[in-house]
Write a protein that binds this ligand. Structure first.
Ligand code: C5P
Length: 319
């Protein structure tokens, strides 16, 4: 509970996490499996508006467009959608919802409010069927990690979760963002199922995030955090928030910073308990959340009762 109050105030250090999570963080720092070499400075001095401008300037959404090696030689240019992700809604959406998969959203009755937004972003295999009252049933964009495309248990090819939505996939690449190295050794090989899916459903907008975008987000989190963060990509949640900030005038994020319903239940749709899902082990999730807390322009009551953070879209910020 004490940690929850501190999260709401933006006043948490990794030292307050349980020993198991602290050990996991230390192990990830020592392993540095993606070869992160941070050259910037670590501080947390920017004001809310400075931070917003910095994000707008540097967190430009980028997806594979097939023009770079090795994808150019592999014939990807005509394979990727002809309309870039950033131009699907050229005039921008008004108000958008980002729905985290956290167990804390159960019994929230937020479904109606979530569906009232112009667009709704969800993650991985998070369902709506059976959970409408708490999470709504509209899905506009779904962000999926490479395991969703490669693990047969997710039925990527035939599940209705992945139909009639904008799909955005990603996979952890080396920090160098060397596309040749990544292509040869992705975490999970998402390239083959991506090509198959593009051929079968050429009209469905389906993108792969550029590793440079993902690591740029990581740099921004580290530059604005005093502690050393895990040298692993940000969570899908943080990536999704930034994608929606670039597409919408206002972004409402649900149960990223936990509400009073905070629980160790990892996902609302799965009977599995682990505090790491909310506070992070592999991902620098705690630090992502502290950064998002600094940007919140919603009320404290909405944060506590709904687990809701309100952020301006990049079009709405003056720099
Ligand atoms: O687990 P998964 O990555 O599919 O969940 C989507 C996102 O929701 C995570 O990347 C994380 O940012 C957020 N999340 C959370 N707390 C949880 C579960 C998920 O903040 N308990």
């Amino acid at each position: 509970r004490a940690l929850l109050y501190r999260l709401w105030k933006g006043n948490v250090s990794s030292k307050m996490l349980n020993p198991r999570l602290q050990k996991a963080m230390r192990d990830y720092l020592a392993a540095n499996k993606h070869g992160v070499r941070f050259r910037g400075r670590r501080e947390a001095r920017l004001s809310r508006s400075e931070l917003l401008c910095e994000l707008r300037r540097r967190a430009r959404v980028r997806t594979l467009d097939g023009t770079e090696a090795p994808f150019s030689a592999l014939g990807w240019r005509p394979l990727v959608p002809s309309v870039p992700l950033g131009q699907l809604h050229p005039r921008g959406l008004r108000s958008c919802a980002v729905v985290m998969s956290a167990g804390a959203i159960l019994n929230s009755s937020l479904g109606e409010e979530i569906d009232s937004h112009d667009a709704v972003l969800r993650f991985n295999s998070a369902p709506t069927h059976g959970y409408e009252k708490d999470v709504g049933n509209k899905t506009t964009v779904r962000i999926i990690n490479s395991q969703i495309l490669t693990n047969p248990s997710h039925h990527f090819i035939d599940s209705s979760l992945y139909k009639d939505v904008i799909l955005v996939a990603w996979d952890p690449a080396p920090y160098s963002a060397n596309l040749n190295l990544w292509y040869k050794k992705p975490d999970y090989n998402l390239f083959t199922p991506y090509i198959q899916h593009r051929r079968r459903h050429p009209t469905q907008p389906f993108y792969i995030l550029h590793p440079k975008f993902i690591w740029q987000l990581w740099d921004l989190i580290q530059e604005n955090t005093k502690e050393k963060i895990q040298p692993n990509p940000p969570s899908s949640g943080f990536i999704g928030i930034l994608i929606m900030m670039s597409m919408c005038r206002e972004v409402h994020v649900y149960e990223y910073i936990p509400s009073v319903r905070q629980t160790e239940l990892c996902h609302y749709h799965e009977l599995y308990y682990d505090a790491a899902c909310t506070l992070g082990a592999y991902h620098p999730l705690l630090y992502e959340k502290l950064l998002v807390q600094r940007l919140n322009m919603g009320t404290q009551a909405d944060l506590h009762r709904k687990g809701k953070v309100v952020l301006p879209g990049f079009r709405a910020v003056r720099c």
